[in-house]
Design a protein around this ligand. Structure first.
Ligand code: PLP
Length: 368
């Protein structure tokens, strides 16, 4: 099996499995309990928060653990009680959360290159608002230029949230340097366990809790902390950031080789966002006139796991709202698939995949 769906989720690192299993036994006690195993668990939790905050370029008291980025994003958007401004190509977690907000939301259109429309942002007349941006798009890998929209937001005294789920471990990410108020991360995209996320909350920012209860996480996010998952995420982050530059360069070379071979072999094919600043790991390709679910099914039968950029929870493929927002023609959108690579993938896998893809596309075109 060749797994090219790392933007959907990743396989746990072996070391992470070990930490998860061991921590489930060693630190089973509730960190809120006053007895000694409870205090030990609490101390280890705070130690992990400290280590994780250092690795991310944040302060310890700015890191809050959640059940995943979907929760973090919902919290960021609903916790300030302000109107939300976001991008048309954002993840469904953002679009749906913003859509539910009573204070209203404004959706910024995307240009062909996948960047949010700054004029539309300029023209918004809210006294107070939260601007939410996605640092790296999960379907195309396109990196949002943050500087200009954040400057504009600051000039209007708006708060800023950044969904950095796909960016973590694929590009330099130092939260302190970004100078934002809120930032969401997810563990399972970097070989950590599922069901764990982070919301970074800038020191001093006042935000209401989304989840109320026993007062964990400084009374801002209640619920018994998932300490084994937090420790496993700590390990996953440590491994991910080790020698990151060479992992990025290696993955980019693989991706470029894949795209070069595909474009050389297959006419009526586009790589979406090819000329844009992108993550090294994601390649979003469109095969004119074909149906992505057929392509994916045939590839899966031959041992290659990929996704369409957007699949809903039922597994059905929806027409990509991201490619549509970027103005791609329907004929190309319907036939678009996403390969998302990882440093564990090899050149041999890529070349064998291109071969298989070529045969698949040719056979589908012959039948069309
Ligand atoms: N934001 C982006 C850009 C994503 O790619 C994802 C996951 O696919 C999420 C948010 C949601 O993350 P989680 O699965 O941790 O809820």
């Amino acid at each position: 099996m060749v797994y090219f769906d790392n933007a959907a989720t990743t396989r746990l690192y072996d070391e992470v499995v070990e930490v998860l299993a061991k921590a489930s036994v060693d630190y089973f006690a509730n960190p809120s309990s006053v007895h000694s195993p409870g205090s030990r668990a609490k101390a280890r939790l705070e130690d992990a928060r400290d280590h994780i905050s250092h690795m991310l370029g944040a302060k310890k008291n700015e890191i809050y653990f959640t059940s995943g980025a979907t929760e973090s994003i919902n919290w960021a958007m609903k916790g300030l009680g302000l109107a939300v401004i976001l991008g048309q190509g954002d993840h469904k977690a953002s679009l749906m959360a913003a859509g539910q907000i009573g204070h209203g939301s404004h959706v910024l259109p995307l240009g062909e290159g996948g960047q949010v429309d700054l004029n539309a942002l300029e023209n918004i007349n809210e006294d107070k608002a939260l601007l939410s941006l996605t640092l790296a798009n999960n379907e195309t890998g396109i990196i949002q230029d943050l500087e200009k929209p954040i400057d504009l937001a600051r000039s209007k005294a708006y708060f800023v949230h950044v969904d950095s789920v796909q960016a973590l471990g694929k590009m330099d990410l130092n939260i302190g340097d970004l100078g934002v108020d809120l930032l969401s991360l997810s563990s399972h995209k970097i070989h950590g366990p599922k069901g764990l996320g982070i919301l970074y909350i800038r020191e001093g920012l006042e935000i209401c809790p989304l989840i109320n209860g026993g007062g964990q996480e400084s009374s801002l996010r209640s619920g018994t902390e998932n300490l084994p998952a937090i420790l496993a995420f700590e390990k996953a982050l440590e491994i991910t950031l080790e020698d990151l530059e060479s992992k990025i360069a290696y993955t980019r070379d693989l991706r470029d080789l894949m795209e070069e071979e595909i474009l050389r072999e297959l006419p009526h094919t586009r790589i979406n966002g090819k000329d844009q600043k992108r993550l090294p790991s994601i390649s979003n390709m469109s095969f004119k006139g074909l149906d992505s679910s057929q392509i994916l099914m045939l590839l899966d039968m031959k041992g290659y796991q990929l996704s369409a950029g957007s699949a809903c929870s039922s597994g059905a493929i929806e027409k990509s709202h991201v490619l549509k927002a970027m103005g791609l023609e329907d004929d190309y959108i319907k036939g678009s698939i996403r390969a998302s690579l990882d440093p564990s993938n090899t050149r041999e896998e890529v070349l064998a995949f291109v071969d298989c893809l070529r045969q698949t596309i040719r056979s589908l075109r012959a039948k069309a």
